[in-house]
Design a protein around this ligand. Structure first.
Ligand code: PLP
Length: 389
């Protein structure tokens, strides 16, 4: 372990470990945007073609079935999740799963804004996954595939019944492209561009199964739907949305950037390679945690440890009492930010104090490996100031 006075020799080439917006893909420069369709209508022929190209490349990269609709929608992942909940919920009871801040936010939407009557909240504390066997296949279910703020993911979709009657609405934003998703188990899946592929913030992606489309076209919710949530007109699906005719104006700069990251993903070998890159990042962190007594994963179960938002907590072996310990991750992340070693690795504001290191597919494992000795260094440096205080 490096002493507080000896800085590690290696530095991460790219100090970008934020959990969103996430690191751009290796080799990215602003030049990739030079062919963006700027100053033109997104409804022009070339405009629609580019939007459609995002949809087509996304489908082929992720292996999304041909009979699923893929749309580019307003307001990032939140826009996509809320569009789904406002358009689909209320037809039957809903099970809301939450084990960290974003899942809890969706519960607030459903309980306090939509004010649905038949809502079951199935929750767990940070670091844990709720009991997935409680989910009732006759009811709708809303859940996050990867809880970004606790670093806990569902290990698979085995808990989702194939013959379910309810719909599964999955906030997949910090999972899609880094984890393999069972599309046949998911009726609605959402994400944004600025997560695993390191794209730009603004737009959301929504994927609808045929059953989700059926609900959309046979059920009219009792509340008003703003235009930016509307996927149907006169009881029929607005098919254009799923061919690149966006509901309102997208940023063609963001679209160009999304296309660049999709093409890069194809060039390195597709979804499997993306997932393998992220898993390698988790493995590198896990090997270091294994030999480092002062730190542990926030998720308790190995199976549920996220390979994207890797959340870590200080342990009793840090030799610091709980109150003092709580302030250490923030101090460490400030120090590493000042050193230009790691940006934005303090845990999420609502999560227990800890570090959160993004290990998504655009992050190079050698950068994670270069970061780890610096975490030792920063811990020792912060601890020394505490002992001197
Ligand atoms: C699981 C999850 N859901 C929703 C969001 C909100 O996403 P956006 O800012 O793209 O709306 C985030 C952002 O980090 C997230 O991690």
């Amino acid at each position: 372990m490096s002493s507080a006075h000896t800085k590690p020799a290696q530095r991460p080439v790219r100090p970008h470990f934020s959990s969103g917006p996430c690191a751009k893909r290796p080799g990215w420069t602003p030049d990739v945007l030079s062919a963006a369709l700027l100053g033109r209508s997104h409804r022009s022929g070339p405009g629609k073609e580019r939007l459609k190209e995002v949809i087509d490349r996304t489908r082929s990269l992720l292996g999304i079935p041909d009979d699923y609709r893929i749309g580019i929608v307003p307001a990032s992942d939140t826009g996509a999740v809320e569009m789904a909940m406002w358009s689909l919920l209320g037809a039957r009871g809903v099970d809301m799963l939450a084990w960290e801040s974003f899942g809890s936010g969706w519960i607030t939407d459903v309980a306090k804004q939509l004010k649905l009557d038949d809502v079951r909240q199935i929750k767990a504390e940070y670091g844990e996954l709720p009991d997935l066997s409680q989910v009732d296949p006759e009811r709708d279910v809303v859940f996050t595939w990867n809880g970004t703020t606790s670093g806990v993911r569902v290990p698979n979709g085995d808990w989702i019944a194939d013959d379910r009657e309810g719909l599964t609405i999955c906030d997949g934003t910090s999972a899609v492209f880094a984890m393999s998703l069972p599309w046949e188990k998911l009726d609605v899946t959402t994400w944004s561009w600025q997560k695993v592929l390191g794209g730009e913030g603004a737009h959301g992606m929504i994927v609808l199964s045929p059953r989700a489309v059926e609900r959309l076209t046979t059920y009219t919710p009792p509340w008003p739907l703003p235009k930016i949530f509307r996927l149907t007109k006169g009881g029929a699906l607005i098919e254009g949305v799923f061919k690149g005719e966006t509901i309102n104006t997208p940023s063609m700069l963001c679209v160009e950037d999304a296309l660049d990251t999709l093409k890069w993903s194809e060039s390195i070998g597709g979804a499997q390679t993306l997932a393998a890159r992220s898993e390698a990042n988790l493995a590198a962190v896990a090997a270091w945690v294994e030999k480092t007594p002062w730190i542990d994963f926030l998720p308790n179960d190995v199976e549920t440890r996220s390979c994207t938002s890797i959340c870590l907590s200080l342990t009793d072996a840090s030799g610091l009492d709980e109150e003092v310990r709580a302030g250490v991750p923030k101090k460490m992340s400030t120090l590493l930010d000042e050193e230009g070693i790691a940006f934005d690795i303090n845990g999420y504001r609502d999560a227990p104090p800890g570090l959160r290191i993004w290990g998504g597919s655009t992050v190079e494992t050698r950068d994670i490996e270069a970061l780890l000795p610096w975490l030792d260094w920063a811990f020792e440096a912060v601890r020394a100031t505490l002992h001197n205080a």
